[in-house]
Design a protein. Structure first.
Length: 352
């Protein structure tokens, strides 16, 4: 069975190949091959998650045209915090390539949060307006997505507390996918809400999880289900499972999400953006990932509309009252990460 999982990775790697440069693809494929061999041999994964969790300060001068100078990205400390100035923290989503044993140099982490994570957004004129017209300082949080979501949330909250505790209502978080869950758990960490947070804007976040992370759903979805099963076989991946709030997947459950979704007193801080592709896979023209045109029909009408990974009912946190939810149209899970111009404008207007 493990050999079958290994063979089906070829299909997945084809799906993601168009999203990255050749050098990035080679690094990702090599790392995933090493993780796969380790998995097949039953070698335990060491946990490097604590050292990997870092909050970075992004000097706005890093952007010259379309070139991004990673030397102008630094691990954030108190010298990077301007009292009273507005701050935007970027939080990336799940990385299929992560395993707990993964070690990252500082340079690699800068590339993760900028080049691999938010480069498309940072290169836009909207980003320039956020920095110049709305006067935001920019930060980014990096973490190993293979670690438990609540563990990464504690790390994130601790780092925000240490830097921004003296601030009042100045911090905005922009989080994609799993990053929204890490942010949600971080906001609900502890007995009091963080006074420095103004709002959290999430894009494609699986508040109720994703069917693709649930074994009960994966088993009936052929090669893509097998791929999803292998890639989510980490603590963080399993934390993305469907919480079955709607009873649509027999036997599915996610205790962590059920418990966090029972909390509502800090939900007024959250804004949620979501994609709404129909079950036939008709995806908008945002430069979407080809493989997702297959994933959407496999989710079926029961989970439509969706962004092909996360149903709209999950990304909008059906059953809870957030400050605002926005349907940004028929775009897939990667497009909703501010790749659409109209979405960038919406985000800019939602910023205080």
């Amino acid at each position: 069975m493990k050999n079958y999982f290994f063979l089906t990775l070829v299909l997945f790697l084809f799906f993601i190949s168009c999203r990255n440069s050749q050098s990035q693809k080679e690094k990702q494929i090599k790392s995933l091959q090493v993780s796969t061999i380790q998995y097949l041999l039953g070698i335990p994964f060491a946990d490097n998650g604590d050292s990997a969790a870092k909050l970075f300060y992004i000097n706005p001068a890093l952007k010259v045209g379309s070139t991004l100078n990673l030397d102008l990205v630094a691990e954030a400390n108190s010298s990077h915090v301007t009292s009273g100035k507005k701050k935007l923290i970027l939080v990336h989503g799940w990385d299929y390539n992560d395993r707990d044993s993964k070690t990252l140099s500082l340079g690699e982490q800068k590339a993760r949060v900028i080049t691999n994570g938010w480069a498309d957004f940072i290169k836009t004129s909207t980003f320039d307006l956020i920095v110049l017209s709305k006067s935001y300082d920019i930060y980014a949080f990096d973490y190993l997505t293979s670690n438990p979501i609540d563990t990464n949330a504690k790390r994130f909250r601790s780092k925000m507390d240490s830097l921004f505790q003296a601030e009042s209502n100045t911090v905005v978080i922009l989080a994609h996918s799993m990053g929204g869950l890490v942010s949600r758990f971080a906001i609900y960490e502890g007995t009091s809400r963080p006074s420095y947070i103004n709002r959290v804007i999430t894009t494609g976040t699986p508040y109720h999880g994703s069917p693709w992370a649930s074994p009960q759903f994966q088993g009936d979805r052929g090669p893509l289900g097998s791929i999803a099963g292998f890639l989510t076989d980490t603590d963080g991946g399993r934390d993305l499972a469907w919480d079955n709030f709607d009873g649509k997947i027999s036997g599915a459950a996610n205790v962590k999400l059920t418990q966090i979704n029972a909390k509502k007193d800090r939900d007024d801080l959250f804004y949620a953006y979501y994609g709404s592709v129909n079950s036939t896979g008709n995806i908008g023209s945002g430069g979407n990932l080809p493989g997702l045109s297959i994933a959407c029909p496999l989710l079926g009408s029961s989970f439509a509309p969706s962004d092909c990974i996360v149903p709209a009912s999950s990304a909008s946190l059906s059953g809870n009252t957030l400050s605002q939810v926005r349907d940004i149209g028929a775009y897939d899970h990667f497009d909703v990460k501010l790749l659409i111009n109209s979405m960038q404008v919406t985000f800019y207007n939602d910023l205080p």
